[in-house]
Design a protein around this ligand. Structure first.
Ligand code: M6R
Length: 364
């Protein structure tokens, strides 16, 4: 049942801290602060390239994964949504790693992409929540997300669990490729181990998130902005809002706004920005300034270190706990999903069963 929550989505949102912790338990030794992945029939030290493919939210998790694998493990990554990857026929080096991500393990597009990669002698590593799924059977290796059953059509906890697995995979790959010494690994692992408690603190911000929801619920269009690993989180926020509140939302890399979408900005198009205090903080803030100068209403998710500077320009903001840059996209996911949820509640939509959507999309 819903354990007293109004919807499965609300219940599942509250499970973020738990599932991040459970997923870490499978892959991290807290004593040595090291990541241990199961044995896999390929060598992360020598794979020439990774090809990431998935759909919807799982694809956005993959985008964060690309950011991490390239920046931290120095592994070249290609990524596309599964329905495109399959028909692009990209040139692939034999022995590359196909990284498939899916909550259900039954998504037809992702499964078809998996099969077409397999034909090209690509190792198939899948990040899956449902352990006995079709994709699990057809993969060489599986890294499980320990999110438990996800009932709400809008994915929530499976997404942060996917990010948690991808973070561990990044650490293991970086170590194998000589990009991470023991001390640096301990630092990243410590940041991950810190997450469940920091994630739990996000729920103290419910009132602030509902305030933002009041503004967003009145809008017809909403822009979501972020940079770097926060750009896919903006995409996740926009997709969630579209799915369950039926409000049109688009995400842009904040620096790209001046190349077109800035012409949309006026008082009627709220801007939801994810701007924790990371090395991209200043750059993102100056993009937000540009939007504000054109009459944009800024609703900003930041953290305790960014709060002072954000408060100088934002119409409203939500202050989250500050965490290590590496794990900031995981933490910042929670409030953007909560925002979509609160907007849907205000709109009175069928939150768990939005129109036209199914939990698992088994047709191509
Ligand atoms: O089961 P999967 O992770 O393969 O599903 C992929 C997408 O269909 C899914 O993430 C969809 O976008 C969700 N409804 C997002 O909330």
């Amino acid at each position: 049942g819903k354990d007293g929550y109004r919807h499965f989505m609300e219940k599942e949102l509250h499970e973020h801290p738990l599932v991040i912790g459970q997923t870490l338990q499978r892959m991290v030794d807290p004593a040595s602060r090291r990541v241990f992945l199961p044995d896999m029939p390929f060598d992360l030290a020598t794979v020439p390239r990774a090809v990431i493919t998935a759909c919807g939210s799982a694809f956005y998790a993959g985008m964060v994964g690309r950011y991490w694998l390239e920046a931290i493990a120095r592994l070249p990554v290609d990524i596309d949504v599964a329905s495109e990857m399959r028909y692009r026929n990209p040139p692939l080096t034999e022995g590359s790693l196909g990284l498939l991500i899916s909550q259900s393990g039954e998504t037809a597009d992702t499964l078809a992409a998996l099969r077409s990669l397999r034909q090209k002698a690509i190792h198939i590593l899948s990040v899956l929540n449902v352990e006995h799924s079709t994709m699990a059977r057809e993969s060489d290796s599986v890294l499980g997300t320990v999110a438990g059953p996800e009932i709400s059509v809008a994915s929530t906890k499976a997404f942060t669990a996917q990010l948690t697995v991808l973070a561990c995979l990044t650490i293991a790959t970086a170590r194998a490729r000589g990009m991470l010494d023991a001390l640096a690994e301990e630092e990243l692992v410590a940041a991950l181990l810190d997450l469940p408690s920091r994630a739990a603190e996000v729920f103290t911000q419910g009132a602030a998130i509902r305030r933002l929801a009041g503004v967003v619920a009145e809008a017809r269009d909403v822009l979501y902005l972020g940079r770097g690993s926060m750009f896919p989180i903006a995409m996740e926020g926009a997709l969630k809002l579209k799915e369950i509140s039926y409000i049109h939302a688009e995400a842009y890399a904040a620096g790209e706004m001046k190349h077109g979408p800035i012409s949309l900005i006026d008082r009627t198009v709220p801007i939801v920005a994810s701007v924790p205090y990371t090395p991209l903080f200043d750059k993102t803030l100056s993009n937000l300034q540009e939007a504000k100068a054109r009459g944009g209403r800024l609703l900003v998710f930041t953290d305790t270190k960014g709060a002072d500077r954000v408060s100088a320009i934002a119409e409203d903001m939500v202050v989250l706990p500050h965490v290590h840059d590496f794990v900031a996209p995981i933490l910042q996911t929670i409030p953007v999903q909560m925002l979509a949820y609160e907007v849907a509640v205000l709109k009175g939509t069928d939150v768990d069963q939005p129109r036209n959507l199914a939990k698992s999309v088994t047709v191509e």
